[in-house]
Design a protein around this ligand. Structure first.
Ligand code: ADP
Length: 334
């Protein structure tokens, strides 16, 4: 798994817990989302009711889980965490729903991956605070309607377009999280360094921020490697030289590209004269599965304008040539 992958492994989640902001005022960036949430939460609290269900939409690593925890904390409510893939059967969801207490916050990560039957049960519960619990099996099974206390669902999804409309409509409020800019990521790095009790200078924080692909999770991960490096090879103080040396060691370049990203660009430019070339040919030449190139490397390369997708395949942009220190060909592409 690449160091610049925006998703977290189970073991990383434990390390991350220590770095999560716990209050809305400590949450860096996403000013619109924070202001909207603040309003929704305060209004509900003033009325003494549970707030509307909230959908958090955006790429991995931008703070959806963190925000769900903040929502519960701001409401003084207890938080239950689950995820779409963890709920295999409607019965799993029924068990969770029927154990909720008044005012609880139920966080459902990757809500677009809920099983169909669970999805239907969920929107009934969200709308009417009702769930039908099936007791027994086979022809003797009976359905017992159960009234639920008011609670708030916080759903998280990387693909809000994949949510069926009836489920999407049950959310009173959808927050769209955006990639962080360099200044915001620098603040994330500085804050995390403080929590890790590490001294870091401004240039080093900027260096890490610039390579973090707009994603706090990646910023924190790069910071941990840089701190390791400074402790092993230096006096523990993180300066720009330590940051650069550590990130070179882990093959994260100044634009945040890793080994695979660069291999894709190099292959495109040097083997195919910039393309366009079909995904399969490109992937075979790089020595990877087409799916890996398409889902792991390509999204960031396209987002940052290194690669464009055309009907005839993938092509390198001028930015790609220049990033590799190569001269773009004079073939009318640019
Ligand atoms: P998601 O659920 O969207 O994948 P998480 O909420 O798990 O993302 O955040 C990933 C990591 O990034 C966590 O360690 C969290 O502390 C950090 N993080 C995310 N957003 C912020 C932020 N706005 N300020 C500070 N740290 C953040």
């Amino acid at each position: 798994n690449s160091i610049v992958n925006a998703s977290a492994s189970e073991s990383e989640r434990a390390v991350e817990a220590a770095l999560r902001p716990r209050k809305l005022t400590d949450f860096i960036g996403q000013p619109k989302v924070c202001e909207q949430l603040e309003l929704v939460l305060t209004a509900a609290q003033n009325r003494g009711v549970s707030p509307d269900h909230v959908l958090l939409a955006g790429p991995p690593g931008l703070g959806k889980t963190t925000l769900s925890m903040i929502i519960a904390a701001e409401l003084g409510a207890s938080l239950r965490l689950t995820s779409g893939p963890a709920i295999q059967h409607a019965g799993d969801l029924a068990a969770i729903l029927s154990s909720l207490q008044e005012g609880d916050v139920l966080f459902i990560d990757e809500i677009h991956r809920l099983a169909r039957t669970a999805e239907e049960m969920l929107y009934l519960a969200m709308e009417d605070f009702r769930v039908d619990v099936i007791v027994g099996k086979g022809p003797g099974a009976t359905s017992i309607p159960l009234t639920l206390p008011p609670f708030t669902v916080v759903g998280a999804t990387t693909r809000s377009g994949l949510l069926p409309a009836p489920l999407r409509d049950r959310f009173g409020f959808t927050a769209h999280l955006e990639y962080y800019d360099a200044a915001e990521l620098q603040k994330v790095v500085e804050r995390s360094a403080r929590l890790l009790e590490t001294e870091i200078d401004v240039e080093a924080a900027a260096e890490i921020a610039g390579r973090s692909r707009g994603t706090p999770r990646i910023a924190n991960r790069l910071l941990r490697r840089v701190v390791d490096f400074a402790q092993v090879h230096g006096n523990g103080v993180v300066d720009r030289a330590a940051a650069q040396a550590a990130l070179t060691l882990f093959e994260v370049d100044p634009e945040g590209l890793d080994r695979l990203d660069r291999a894709v660009l190099e292959t495109l430019c040097t083997r195919f004269n910039g393309g366009p070339v079909g995904l399969t040919t490109l992937a075979i030449t790089v020595g990877e599965e087409p799916e890996t190139v398409e889902t792991v490397a390509e999204p960031y390369l396209v987002r940052e304008g290194f690669v464009i997708r055309t009907t005839r395949g993938r092509a390198a942009t001028r930015k790609a040539w220049e990033h590799l220190g190569l001269i773009p060909p004079d073939n009318g592409m640019f």
